[in-house]
Design a protein around this ligand. Structure first.
Ligand code: NAG
Ligand code: NAG
Ligand code: NAG
Ligand code: NAG
Ligand code: NAG
Ligand code: NAG
Ligand code: NAG
Ligand code: NAG
Ligand code: NAG
Ligand code: NAG
Ligand code: NAG
Ligand code: NAG
Length: 554
């Protein structure tokens, strides 16, 4: 009896289990789990109507086509049950009316609201007061709108971690509007018209990690209060009107990774304490008025350093360019003197030392082993000696600019090994000897400027190999002989400057690609002006002056 009973029970259980399985497998899942609360369902439909009105019917939310708001584009619900809305993204819908915003605050479970890239001009007061109560709200993105007026006063928003107002038209100074945001980790106010001092009340609990205030009109000094935000990893104050110097306490922000102070009016020196920040990999302080010597050691941990366009003086510290991780350094347009340091980091990709008063030789040993170096710019200095042939070993080199120095000696044939070279500028030096044919073997070269040197001999006939060359400037040398006939096939050539040499002979057919200029002035050409020049229909400047061309008389 009892055993029979047990059997029956298990039979029933078996059937139930099977029934459950078939429900699970064969009916559409959303029907089983469609559980967005009726409150949120109603709110979402109200929101959709409000948006539809302001977007003129352009919004892809249509409850008649898709009854479940969790499936609407830009809407995210909790998974897997889809029982409440956690994310609303209305980025890029050309919305200009803010009327819908207070409705959003009915969604208590909302974590992310992204209304970036619209045309909103105001934030209704009701939005701040109501949404401030949403304890789950973590991210508010109002970037790329047309918001005007002052920053709203944020009351509540106790869970807000990221606030983005970048690229609006907000103005006024900032006091305590943000201080209530106790969880704020990321703040962006870039590209607005905020003025006054850099805000310092950025969340009472000081957990801020990213502070982006670039491209405003903040003035005054870098405020000392910032040192209290020990979790800062990113500070971008670039493009403001900050004055004073960089405080030494910056070295106490031990988690800092990126520090951008470029394009301000900061002066004084670069603090040595920068070298204490082991996590700092990017530091830009270009386009300010820094006017002291660069301290040693500051690149110890850096990958990228930009100190260009300042008034830094003294010589470059011998260790500055040698740090193992260093990839890009820009010290151009300063008042640096003395030699280029002997040791360069093996990681260097870009080195810009242009427009200073550096002297001495280009350190050949330092340069020889640099297989990552891609951009080397040392123009407009006082460098002497010859161009080290070792530069030919920098296999990645795409740009070499040593123009406007006092370099002498020969143009090294080994530069012909630079198979990636696109731009070679060596003009306004004192180079002598001939143009080695190897230079014409550079397959990618598009700009060759070796004007205003003392190069002699003739133009190698192999120039016609340079099928990618756009500008060839050999002006102001001592070149003799005739122009190679093969020049006609240089199909990319748009500018040919051969003036002020001692060239002679017949003028060959010129490439029809010539556009910018053909300058043959001040040479020794004679005879009639060739008729073939008339086929250069796109040419803007043709200068044949100061030769001995014969005047055709009838
Ligand atoms: C959206 O608005 C358009 C007209 O502006 C209307 O035709 C359409 O029915 C509306 N859609 C919804 C879902 O309300
Ligand atoms: C805000 O939106 C813009 C554009 O959609 C995006 O680039 C930016 O990263 C977003 N900000 C945050 C903090 O997520
Ligand atoms: C920002 O405001 C200025 C006037 O203060 C106005 O000229 C400009 O067009 C506005 N820009 C945008 C993107 O609204
Ligand atoms: C900094 O971050 C750590 C962990 O990310 C956190 O424990 C700490 O409270 C934060 N705040 C400060 C002020 O250090
Ligand atoms: C670097 O940090 C150490 C230890 O905190 C400190 O003694 C030293 O003065 C700091 N150096 C600079 C240049 O600030
Ligand atoms: C610093 O900011 C300027 C302007 O905002 C920007 O152009 C530059 O790329 C930034 N530099 C670094 C190193 O982040
Ligand atoms: C650098 O310039 C400052 C003034 O800006 C001057 O006091 C200092 O002597 C200069 N140093 C060198 C090495 O020229
Ligand atoms: C180069 O050095 C000479 C003297 O050696 C000096 O007169 C000249 O100003 C220097 N030029 C530059 C750009 O530093
Ligand atoms: C480098 O250039 C030299 C001199 O022009 C040449 O002898 C050598 O073969 C070249 N090496 C390579 C790898 O191209
Ligand atoms: C250029 O070099 C020649 C020797 O090749 C030398 O006589 C002349 O003085 C140098 N000119 C300049 C301006 O350094
Ligand atoms: C080449 O150098 C000369 C002299 O500095 C300059 O005038 C010319 O613009 C340069 N050409 C190119 C294409 O860079
Ligand atoms: C080029 O000039 C050098 C001196 O710099 C001279 O030795 C050589 O003979 C000259 N070559 C020609 C072809 O004039």
């Amino acid at each position: 009896m009892s055993s029979y009973g047990r059997q029956t029970t298990s039979l029933v259980l078996y059937f139930n289990f099977h029934f459950f399985l078939s429900l699970f497998c064969y009916l559409p899942v959303p029907v089983v789990f469609s559980a967005l609360s009726s409150n949120q369902q109603t709110t979402m439909i109200d929101l959709s109507n409000s948006l539809n009105a302001s977007a003129g019917g352009a919004l892809p939310w249509d409850v008649n086509k898709e009854p479940n708001p969790c499936s609407w584009k830009g809407v995210g619900c909790n998974s897997p049950t889809n029982s409440f809305v956690i994310r609303i993204s209305l980025s890029g819908h050309s919305l200009s009316s803010s009327d819908f915003l207070p409705l959003v605050c009915w969604i208590e479970s909302l974590q992310v609201l992204d209304v970036s890239s619209n045309r909103l001009t105001t934030i209704p007061p009701g939005f701040v007061s109501d949404c401030g109560k949403l304890g789950e709200l973590k991210l508010l993105n109002f970037s790329m709108n047309n918001l005007v007026g002052p920053l709203p006063d944020f009351v509540g928003f106790s869970g807000l971690e990221a606030l983005d107002f970048a690229q609006n038209n907000l103005s006024g100074s900032i006091g305590s509007e943000l201080d209530g945001l106790v969880k704020l980790r990321s703040l962006s106010l870039t590209f607005n018209h905020f003025a006054g001092h850099v805000p310092t009340l950025l969340g009472k609990s000081k957990v801020l990690e990213e502070l982006q205030l670039s491209a405003n009109i903040f003035d005054g000094p870098i405020p000392a209060e910032l040192v209290g935000y020990k979790n800062l990893t990113l500070i971008d104050l670039s493009g403001n009107r900050l004055t004073g110097s960089i405080p030494a306490w910056i070295g106490e922000l031990a988690k800092l990774e990126v520090l951008n102070l470029s394009a301000n009016k900061l002066s004084g020196g670069i603090p040595q304490s920068i070298s204490n920040i082991t996590s700092l990999w990017r530091f830009a302080a270009n386009s300010n008025d820094f006017n002291e010597k660069i301290p040693g050691g500051i690149t110890k941990h850096l990958k990228n350093l930009d100190l260009s366009y300042n008034k830094l003086n003294g010589s470059i510290p011998s260790d500055l360019l040698s740090a193992m991780n260093l990839q890009t350094v820009d010290l151009s347009n300063n008042r640096l003197d003395g030699p280029v340091p002997e040791t360069l980091s093996p990681s260097l990709v870009r080195l810009r030392l242009a427009s200073n008063s550096l002297d001495g030789k280009i350190p050949s040993a330092a340069i020889a082993t640099h297989d990552k170096l891609t951009y080397l710019e040392m123009e407009n200095n006082n460098l002497t000696g010859s161009i080290p042939p070792e530069l030919g070993d920098c296999r990645k080199l795409a740009l070499l600019n040593l123009a406007q120095n006092q370099l002498s000696g020969a143009l090294p044939a080994k530069l012909g090994n630079l198979s990636s070279l696109e731009v070679l500028r060596l003009q306004s030096n004192n180079l002598s000897g001939g143009i080695p044919f190897q230079i014409t073997q550079l397959p990618k070269l598009s700009i060759l400027n070796i004007s205003w040197n003392s190069l002699n001999g003739s133009i190698p006939p192999s120039v016609s190999n340079m099928q990618n060359l756009i500008n060839m400037n050999l002006q102001g040398n001592k070149l003799s002989g005739s122009i190679p006939v093969g020049i006609a096939s240089m199909d990319s050539l748009m500018e040919l400057q051969l003036g002020e040499n001692q060239l002679s002979g017949d003028i060959p057919r010129m490439p029809t690609s010539l556009r910018i200029a053909l300058n043959l002035s001040s040479n020794l050409f004679q005879g009639p002006i060739p008729e073939t020049l008339s086929s250069l229909s796109e040419l803007e400047i043709l200068d044949l002056s100061n030769n001995k061309f014969s005047v055709v008389s009838f």
